[in-house]
Ligand binder design. Sequence first.
Ligand code: 6PG
Length: 244
Amino acid sequence: AGQPKLIVEADAEALARTAAERVMARIAANPGRSAICLTGGSSPKKLYQLLGSEAWRGRIPWDRVHWFIGDERFVPESDPLNNMAVARATFLDSDAPPGHVHPIPTTAEDPDASAAAYARELQAFYGADRLDPARPLFDVVLMGAGPDGHTASLFPGYAEIEETRRWVVGVAKANVAPFVPRVSLTLPILASCREMLFEIAGHDKRPILTRLLNGENLPALRARSNGETVWLVDRAALPEEIRG
Ligand code: 6PG
């Protein structure tokens, strides 16, 4: 996998617009059934609002796009911490056909059972339980970088980051808030995409972005697409020396 491409935007609004354009371009480039892997936390919220706005929602070919999620907090759908519930409420529920939204089920008895169920769902959608490098699972995988360098729910120093066989794993305890169990796609599955798109914005992200740019071997740096990896950052997140 190639080096990430760094794209710097003036602010969080410009960053969300560029992210939306890139998602749309990847959908347009795939004439068939398109699959987008969403993410949680605060980073994608502006993008989701934009995609749900009058100007953008009409541009999405809803009937041929499927929406997945890279990680989930193991809480009910009704909980405000539920990542897919946020995406649904912000932009999916008004336009996506019901069968096109693929949440990680959190009604299973534990995160491992939930992970196994989602792995089966992904494999059924893909039509195989082995990934063919010539046929990526996703068009776009959205990602964020947490303060400790985690991405999806793959935390530094945890065994799950090394997983090469399973598609989805349960994570008993999160390394940062919210301290609820998680369910996460693994690095090789997230890598199976045409584009992995990180959104890293705001002053609070400066310490972790600095560490990542310094090459620290953290999950957010290890996560790479087999296709293109893009880091979309805003000026506020950039380390002083680079910002000028
Ligand atoms: C989650 C997210 C998570 C996120 C990073 C960044 O469930 O928390 O999917 O992995 O991408 O933690 O979080 P923020 O965007 O909230 O900073």
